[in-house]
Design a protein. Structure first.
Length: 492
């Protein structure tokens, strides 16, 4: 089968040939074959896209279209995504190897995100401030301007909605740079933006490499804000590049999330959720419960049972609807995975499940769900974000001990605990250093719930009405009613 060709960038409402004339090869992770070729943007293409976005900010998008009309356009985009769910999910699966059941669910959730922010578009309001009786003081929230969105490869379509929804609801224009490993569905979204009838230049897509297109977007003086999801190492580089015009930046930079099971927990429910939270998305998610702390009376039983559950996870071709986990997204990611498996063994952790290429999958970037027990919390296996289906299990004795262990990491994105003690639930949740803490569940990401991290997990928040604040500038206006001439401080 010949590769699909996407030989144009989407800039200023038009499909344009890239300046370089080059293309990015997208590899199907299940077959290791090129399945699509996508136009590669460089610095000049980024410059054109930013110029188009700036023109849109000075055109009808902000001068004539009301907030309610912006919301209506986002509603239309949401419905077009809903209409094309099957097609988009299949393309996403080919692009990044995530099982079809996962990509289908993520496209459906992208519809929910777009719908939520469509409804929020005309509810972005300021406040009156009664600072003195003979004046009117109020605030208003205005679009921050041109937003550069830089996306990762693990959940592209869903994360596009996380960025597009609040950015466009708030009246900004956007230049989106998808990950070079998974560029296809960004261009498919651009087609739907065009069909929905958004004004030219409001939304632009420039697939390209991070070191070229991503760096150009971060450094561009015409960009007012960068919204980035990815590694903290890349976020640091973006901050340096963005410092020229003090761009507003929001970062979601991954995690090494603690998942705590106390002895009084509902063990069977905790087992089900802990398995899912460790291995979903083939382990390629920043919010997975990859560090599992189990109170010692339950520890041996929990290790045995979750290891058995890991062995029952169905590995398969990603387009098979029965598949639980598919291949990893790239050869680079698989090589990293193998390195960490050997590292875990050398650090003294006990491998109790997985750790090998599954039988029958000689081709593709496949790896078994992997469980290590008796892990040292200071080891690299427990401290570093790995991005493959691996679970590091550690015992603990006391509440104070596990809080210290859970917080002893540079990340702080998600945390969770299982207990039937209501007082403990509130007490421990308040002590855990994470932007999202869940009790008797895990990883409750939702369009209504603010999401972001402490420490190296990022800055700013996505989702919920809080996200809109990061896509606006707050202006304070004061109108003085005083009619008596003021005293002249420079008079006689």
């Amino acid at each position: 089968m010949s590769a699909k060709t996407y030989d144009r960038l989407y800039i200023g409402g038009e499909w344009v040939t890239p300046h370089s004339g080059r293309a990015i090869a997208s590899i199907d992770p299940a077959t290791e074959q090129v399945w699509a070729e996508v136009a590669e943007a460089d610095e000049q293409d980024v410059d054109k896209a930013v110029a188009a976005a700036r023109d849109a900010m000075h055109g009808p998008w902000t001068k004539k279209i009301t907030a309610t009309q912006r919301g209506a356009l986002l509603y239309k985009l949401a419905e077009l995504v809903r209409r094309d769910t099957t097609r988009l999910a299949e393309l996403e699966t080919r692009d990044n190897g995530k099982p079809l059941r996962d990509t289908t669910a993520e496209v459906q959730r992208a519809v929910d995100w777009l719908t939520y922010f469509a409804g929020a578009a005309d509810k972005i309001q300021g406040e009156q401030i009664p600072f003195k009786p003979d004046a009117l003081a109020y605030t208003r929230r205005e679009p921050v301007g041109v937003v550069g969105a830089v996306l990762p490869w693990n959940s592209p379509l869903l994360l596009y909605a996380w960025k597009i929804g609040p950015a466009l609801a708030a009246g900004n224009a956007m230049v989106l740079k998808p990950a070079e490993q998974t560029p296809v569905t960004a261009l498919e979204i651009a087609k739907l933006v065009e069909e929905a009838g958004f004004p030219r230049g409001v939304f632009n897509v420039v697939p390209g490499y991070g070191a070229v297109a991503g760096a150009a977007l971060a450094a561009h003086s015409g960009v007012n804000k960068i919204s980035f999801t990815g590694s903290y190492q890349t976020a640091r580089k973006i901050m340096q590049l963005a410092s020229g015009n003090l761009k507003r930046c929001t970062f979601e930079c991954g995690g090494k999330s603690p998942h705590i099971v106390f002895a009084d927990a509902d063990v069977e429910r905790a087992l089900v959720v802990a398995t899912h939270s460790a291995f979903r998305s083939t382990g390629q998610s920043c919010s997975l419960g990859s560090r599992l702390f189990v109170q010692r009376p339950l520890y041996a039983e929990f290790v045995d049972k979750i290891s058995a559950r890991a062995r029952r996870v169905r590995i398969g071709l990603p387009l098979d609807k029965k598949t639980h986990i598919g291949p990893q997204t790239s050869a680079e990611q698989l090589a990293k995975t193998k390195t960490y498996i050997e590292l875990g063994k050398s650090e003294g952790a006990r491998l109790v499940a997985g750790g090998r290429r599954p039988k029958g999958f000689e081709r593709g970037y496949f790896i078994e769900p992997t469980v290590f027990a008796d892990v040292d919390n200071r080891s690299r296996l427990a401290q570093e974000e790995i991005f493959f289906p691996v679970l590091a299990i550690m015992p603990f004795d006391t509440e104070e001990e596990v809080i210290a262990l859970a917080n002893d990491v540079e990340y702080g994105l998600v945390a969770g605990l299982w207990t039937s003690d209501v007082s403990r639930a509130h007490r421990v949740a308040g002590e855990l250093e994470a932007g999202l803490v869940t009790v008797n569940t895990f990883r409750s990401t939702h369009w209504m719930l603010p999401y972001g991290g402490y420490k190296l997990s990022g800055m700013g928040r996505e989702n919920g009405l809080e996200a809109l604040h990061d896509f606006t500038e707050l202006k304070t206006i004061v109108i003085d009613f005083e009619s008596t001439p003021p005293s002249d401080p420079f008079g006689d």
